[in-house]
Design a protein around this ligand. Structure first.
Ligand SMILES: NC(=O)c1ccc[n+]([C@@H]2O[C@H](COP(=O)([O-])OP(=O)(O)OC[C@H]3O[C@@H](n4cnc5c(N)ncnc54)[C@H](OP(=O)(O)O)[C@@H]3O)[C@@H](O)[C@H]2O)c1
Length: 239
């Protein structure tokens, strides 16, 4: 795959952690200027310190439309839009609070909708949009009902926008379990054992890396024939 991002502008919501930060680093190394969006100023400051003037950070909650509108006002052109943003809660459905639901819908469904609404009009015909959904949409797991719902919704949103926004391309990567900070809620002494057991049960014998999932997003950005694609990169979990 050859991808030259010299003079390209990419916006990565969720680019201050995990898969997003891996994608931001690779995009910068390929020549892009990257706008990184997240809610925590501390996390954004760490990315800024490591990547300097190759990135611009924006502290915003993508689930809040006026915050996305404000970012869009400051960026005249965006070549590629990516969102890996997610604030998820894994709980039995009947214990899931309204705040939990708002956090999940805001970060993974309303957020992507807000981003497309305000940034697609600033994208060239050669532009692309890449969402990240997840395995929960295709493989049911107790405790992940709302996660499954938002991931599944992104599938339909992607395939419909691919038609409506053409020739801008719209795709979604569906990761399986990946070793990222998203799992840091697990107690330190059980985290690696838990991810190890999940990996052992997969055909590839391990969980994914953030770089592997960032590469999947970069592949979709690079491939001009890919649109309306749901790219499942999950170690065979859905095989
Ligand atoms: N890791 C996995 O095992 C796995 C499995 C399946 C699917 N996925 C999906 O892959 C994507 C990336 O996962 P990851 O593991 O890299 O996630 P992560 O490390 O938890 O990073 C999530 C990022 O999203 C940002 N964020 C959360 N809510 C936001 C909001 N409302 N507005 C703006 N930014 C927000 C976070 O920063 P702030 O908190 O500072 O806002 C953080 O930078 C997600 O869509 C996730 O659901 C991951």
């Amino acid at each position: 795959m050859s991808l030259n991002l010299e003079n390209k502008v990419i916006l990565v919501a969720g680019g201050s952690s995990g898969i997003g930060i891996a994608l931001v680093k690779q995009a910068v190394s390929l020549g892009a200027h990257v706008h990184v969006v997240g809610r925590s100023t501390e996390k954004l400051a760490l990315v800024q310190a490591s990547l300097g003037s190759s990135i611009t950070t924006h502290c915003a909650d993508i689930g809040i439309e006026c915050e996305v509108e404000e970012i869009a006002r400051t960026i005249p052109v965006v070549d590629h839009l990516v969102t890996t943003a997610a604030a998820l809660v894994f709980k039995p459905f009947l214990e899931t609070s309204r705040a939990d639901i708002d956090s999940m819908l805001g970060s993974k469904l309303i957020g992507p909708i807000n981003l497309v609404k305000h940034l697609a009009p600033r994208m060239p015909h050669s532009g692309s949009i890449t969402f990240y959904s997840g395995l929960a949409a295709y493989k049911a797991n107790a405790g992940a009902s709302i996660v499954a719902a938002v991931n599944g919704a992104l599938d339909g949103l992607t395939r419909t926008l691919a038609i409506e926004l053409a020739p801008i391309r719209v795709n979604v990567v569906s990761p399986g379990v990946v070793d990222s900070p998203t799992w840091d809620f697990l107690p330190a002494d059980t985290r690696s054992g838990a991810l190890g057991s999940i990996g052992d049960a997969l055909p590839v014998g391990r969980v994914g890396t953030t770089t592997e999932l960032a590469n999947a997003g970069l592949f979709l950005i690079a491939n001009g024939f890919a649109t309306g694609t749901v790219l499942q990169i999950d170690g065979g979990a859905n095989a």
